[in-house]
Design a protein around this ligand. Sequence first.
Ligand code: ADP
Ligand code: 5GP
Length: 218
Amino acid sequence: MNSATPSADPIIARRGVLLVLSSPSGAGKTTLSRALLDSDGGIRLSISVTTRKPRPGEVDGKDYVFVSGENFERMRAAGDLLEWAQVFGNAYGTPRAPVEEAIARGEDVLFDIDWQGAQQLAEKMAGDLVRVFILPPSGSVLENRLRGRAQDPPEVVAKRMAEASAEISHWAEYDYVIVNADLDTSISGLKAILAAERLKRERQLGLSLFVRDLQSGL
Ligand code: ADP
Ligand code: 5GP
């Protein structure tokens, strides 16, 4: 056996994961996304553009890039959006360039997008995509969360509750499902999904080279 000291923590080149979170509004996507982003430096958020008005506390360029209908249409027509959809009467879309650049660098990207966006990404980038659906533990909990968030007027909360069942009907198109009852348990589950997906053999592009070097040193 070769007695040379192996490098401490071999970095194996890999392709980035595109991690999509979808759920009915209020089930906890934003909360789970923030927790994951805060605890994991290897994943970045895809910041969507939207024609929706900012909620109190939302920051332009951080939560969303808030644009006019005209500017959204210009981006869409120019092919600058990887996917886009109308949700609750507003347009939302994912800027293409940051995602393509991140994957090429082997970085992971987190998406908080609806089922329509997830379907479009599945058509274009299936091999890179990992889809996670977040369910609320019950309808009444969902309504309480929407009300408790205290960021939307009652008519907007009612509209989102009315749409919840239609969004939930897409649950079976996702690879993983988390019922978001206890927040810490949900966060642990989400981290476990990302950790396992990062280790998938086909994502670890540098494995053949690594194993060849490993064997040559045996
Ligand atoms: P979404 O992004 O899916 O619309 P949010 O992340 O904004 O949902 O969550 C809606 C509300 O529910 C927020 O006030 C959030 O703090 C709360 N919330 C999220 N997950 C949980 C949980 N597991 N337990 C209790 N409250 C939660
Ligand atoms: P909200 O207005 O609560 O921030 O988002 C409303 C819905 O739009 C959520 O289901 C959210 O996941 C979805 N959404 C946000 N950004 C995008 C996007 O870029 N594309 C698509 N398809 N959906 C989005």
